[in-house]
Write a protein that binds this ligand. Structure first.
Ligand code: C2E
Ligand code: CA
Ligand code: CA
Length: 400
């Protein structure tokens, strides 16, 4: 069958029968088919479907026998959708969507049974379905916990200092979200960021991060000597950036705390460009308003010089994964870092290296001409209070 992705049937020919094992679904290219069930020797027509529609997918999804029959009305041409093709896509879907699909299927099947005059079978929930259900329910439960925590104001920024690699001076900081759970203590973004980003929760969380980091900005700037070029970097995810209210909220917070746009660096990943032309237009508006724009996690995604050149960026962040391996046996990471530096120089972008942990890494990056960096060598991300302590120590150290 795989060798014949297109199948033709003449009028009145049966395509499949109730009780058959389902091995593929069909997309109707030409013609129409009748779907029917048998009730005491007579056919009960269910529906007629035409070009562009899909049928025969139900038994593939839940691995059960065909629950209705299909017959060609006149000549039809069908494109075969294999079980693997369908299942691959279902596996990629959100677990909640998968569960909803399962529920809808069960409902459809029991309707077919009623039409056939049968009392619908009580659905037997197999192991795999139980697992799917659990996954979906866990997911919904986790989203609800995050939503409740957002309402209880349990998310706040920690700040990681960003240093001038030549002078060691703290020139800015990156705001990184932390969940301060009443019952579980501090929860890092690796636990909840994916779930947030795949739902609209990121919109509220993103707004909280912008609002709080702007509220803290003037204090932080003062902690580090009131440098007029001091900046705070805020991570912005794709969904947030393309939200129609994003700029309005950003500007409202900025005005509320009397900040200049140039004090705020928006960190975006290259994936933003996958969203399409509206993302580019938004980047341009933000840049025109004076916000700084950094490309984050550079080199880990769909890096393309073409995208990079189009984006009105100010900074390029070298991802920790390259900095980490730069001094290792494999010379590739160092070559990649050098190529990023080369590109940034051509495009006139400032460089920020992430994840600097050793004096050797610092020395090499400095030698290569990277201007700024952050990492455990300087400091881990800190609460506002701990940042104050860090700043006063750093101040004492430089005064001494
Ligand atoms: P990122 O934007 O690449 O942030 C840098 C991450 O590297 C942070 O992890 C930081 O704590 C960690 N890091 C910094 N220096 C070092 C180092 O020297 N060694 C090691 N091992 N790690 C270092 P964190 O805070 O867990 O954040 C993880 C990711 O979560 C961030 O990666 C970012 O993608 C996302 N994220 C964090 N806060 C936000 C937010 O407010 N909004 C959005 N959209 N995403 C956020
Ligand atoms: Ca970042
Ligand atoms: Ca990164």
């Amino acid at each position: 069958m795989n060798a014949h992705p297109v199948r033709s049937f003449a009028g009145d020919e049966i395509i499949f029968k109730e009780g058959d094992v389902g091995d593929c679904a069909y997309l109707i290219e030409k013609g129409r088919v009748l779907v029917f069930v048998n009730k005491e020797e007579t056919e009960v027509p269910l529906k007629v479907i035409g070009a562009g529609e899909v049928f025969g997918e139900m038994s593939l999804i839940d691995d059960s026998l065909r629950s209705a029959s299909c017959r060609a009305i006149g000549d039809v041409q069908l494109i075969v959708v294999t079980k693997e093709q369908l299942l691959d896509r279902i596996r990629m879907a959100d677990p909640v969507v998968r569960l909803l699909m399962q529920v809808l299927l069960e409902r459809l099947r029991s309707q077919n049974d009623i039409l056939r005059g049968k009392i619908p079978e009580i659905a037997v929930v197999g192991d795999s379905l139980a697992k799917e259900k659990k996954e979906a329910l866990d997911r919904i439960e986790f989203e609800n916990r995050i939503a409740t925590a957002l309402n209880k104001d349990e998310f706040l920024p920690f700040y990681q200092p960003i240093c001038d690699l030549n002078t060691g001076e703290v020139v800015g900081c990156e705001a990184l979200v932390r969940w301060m759970s009443k019952d579980q203590g501090m929860i890092p973004p690796s636990v909840f960021m994916d779930v947030m980003e795949e739902s609209s929760l990121i919109l509220k969380a993103g707004q909280v991060m912008i609002e709080k980091s702007m509220a803290d900005f003037l204090q932080i700037q003062a902690m580090f000597g009131g440098n007029p070029n001091f900046f705070v970097s805020v991570n912005v995810s794709g969904r947030q950036f393309t939200d129609p209210y994003f700029l309005e909220h950003l500007e409202a917070s900025r005005v509320r705390y009397k900040l200049q746009a140039s004090h705020i660096k928006l960190e975006l990943t290259e994936r933003i460009m996958m969203v399409g032309p509206q993302a580019l237009a938004m980047l341009q508006v933000c840049r025109q308003r004076g916000y700084q724009l950094a490309v984050d996690d550079f080199g880990t995604g769909f890096s393309s010089l073409q995208y990079l050149a189009q984006m009105p960026l100010t900074d390029l962040k070298i991802d920790r994964s390259f900095v980490m391996k730069m001094l290792g046996e494999d010379k590739k990471s160092l070559a990649i870092v050098k190529s990023f530096i080369f590109m940034a120089n051509i495009l006139g972008l400032k460089l920020i290296a992430e994840g600097i942990e050793s004096p050797e890494e610092l020395g090499l990056l400095r030698m290569l001409g990277v201007g700024m960096g952050q990492g455990y060598l300087f400091s881990k991300p800190l609460s506002l209070e701990d940042l104050r302590k860090y700043a006063s120590k750093a101040g004492t150290a430089s005064a001494a």
